[in-house]
Ligand binder design. Sequence first.
Ligand code: MLC
Ligand code: AMP
Length: 521
Amino acid sequence: MPSDSPTFGHPPLIARAFLHPQRVAIIDATGSHTYADLLAASARVAINLLAGRADLDGARVAFLVGASFDHVAIQWGIWRAGGVAVPLCTMHPPAELDYVIADADAETVIAGSEFEPLVRPLAEKRKLRFLSAQEASAKTSPGAAGSPAPLTQSTFPGVDPARPAMLVYTSGTTSKPKGVVSTHAMIAAQIEALVEAWAWTADDRILHVLPLHHVHGIINVLCCAMWAGATCEMAPGFDAAKVWGRLVSGELTLFMAVPTIYARLVAAWESADESRRRTLTEGCARLRLMVSGSAALPVSTLEKWRTISGHTLLERYGMTEIGMALSNPLVGERVPGHVGSPLPRVEVRLVDGSNMPVPDGEPGEIQVRGPNVFRDYWRKPEASAAAFIDGWFRTGDVAVRERGIYRILGRNSVDIIKTGGYKVSALEIEEVLRTHEAVDQCAVVGVEDAEWGERVGAAIVFRKGQSFDLNALRAWAKNHLAVYKVPSRLLVLPALPVNAMGKVTKPDLVKQFAAVEKNRE
Ligand code: MLC
Ligand code: AMP
């Protein structure tokens, strides 16, 4: 059986593309691309990656390619060659890219042309194979007539769904991000739960405005669309005016974003004149579903959006390690401030400090079990063991359940900040700040903010005779950290607040930042 036959042992997501080869899969700046195009381009990527080998056998391939058809072809090509895809972040400075490439122990690094000057030296320094996106998808092995050699049974390896497929880096309560390992079967389970719950079909069309190195953009938007045989429009990033233009086009059926994006869309609507507002509002009626997630959706944003668009946003809850776990219903009441109930085949429980399930109405830690849950943290056996208890994944988020519906109350760690839908580790930022010569002591906390959910706030005690202001701090920190991790609030203190043990009392700092924010209003 040739390896371009639908019944060959393809990764589950890719096998489905053979069901609808002529449908449009991706629309990007270069035009429309069918599933047949995606199969052909990913086959070329796989052949180039294999370079004569039978199977990449789980080798990690890191790639930095903007939102485009090429990005998807490369993701699929890595999978078809038996590799593990490691998506890199387009906003990361070299230090962060280098960390991920090294931690993942990547054998090959691929970059789109705009990122090549950044990424090639990193690959060369580590003596890794580097391919430009163009080289990765170039035609190879021409036959006698100059056409590509036919695919045979042995062109690609059969890929067992139990094999690892992806490493997504996520920040946590350790200073450096960890690689979350998901298999093809886990990814398929995450996708299937959402396709079923939100009734995706091949007639859907979604606009993709999210980063492609996190599960919201990878699984909920891109992979669900590809699973359903739907069309995914790739925007190069988020731009409120452009997104409004697409929402009112009448061509989209679905939109998914983080609360900050909805807040920006509300602001753009509010700044439009009366007649434009009417056009925008009427245009939204053509979509069938709008989803919010990755951070708490303020009820005020949900209500404003309902007034503007007529849509009650469907809020859901998820995490890199589990895909999505809880969702408001597609049909039925969506309760503002709540994240709904467990998705198909996902088990959720709330437990107290002794790991005992709590009754309805009592707060408890969310724990999750099911085919969607990740395998482990890449090469971190201790962190992996600590993440599970009795087969349940400990999310570290606290919620309460009433009549089967969950409401998120917060997290059990002050060291994790959610800003613009990105999860960042206070410890990672502190570690970087401590390397600045002017910094004697520092502590980083989340500062509540209407637009960003939380902002990154840095409290600094300077060394004698030294100082900097926020602008200088940001300019310096951008060399070391992704822009969304760079503090946007600065508090200069003579000393950090500490408890009797000498440990910084972060709740006190949060209060100090909040007092400053209040004065700002
Ligand atoms: C950027 N800026 C920030 C910031 N991010 N300031 C404060 N807090 C932040 N988080 C600053 C920049 O430094 C810059 O300032 C200015 O804002 C514009 O930066 P930008 O990069 O152009 O911002 P923008 O593109 O507008 O980004 C906003 C956004 C983006 C909301 C589109 O943050 C985004 O795409 N978020 C989605 C993240 C996501 O997908 N998370 C899902 C994780 S998975 P200056 O001064 O430098 O000009 C997950 C599981 C689940 O959570 O449940 O889904
Ligand atoms: P990440 O690790 O980047 O995947 O982020 C996952 C975290 O985002 C979760 O652990 C929650 O803290 C948060 N999160 C996701 N969705 C929601 C939501 N709807 N409400 C509140 N928090 C959320």
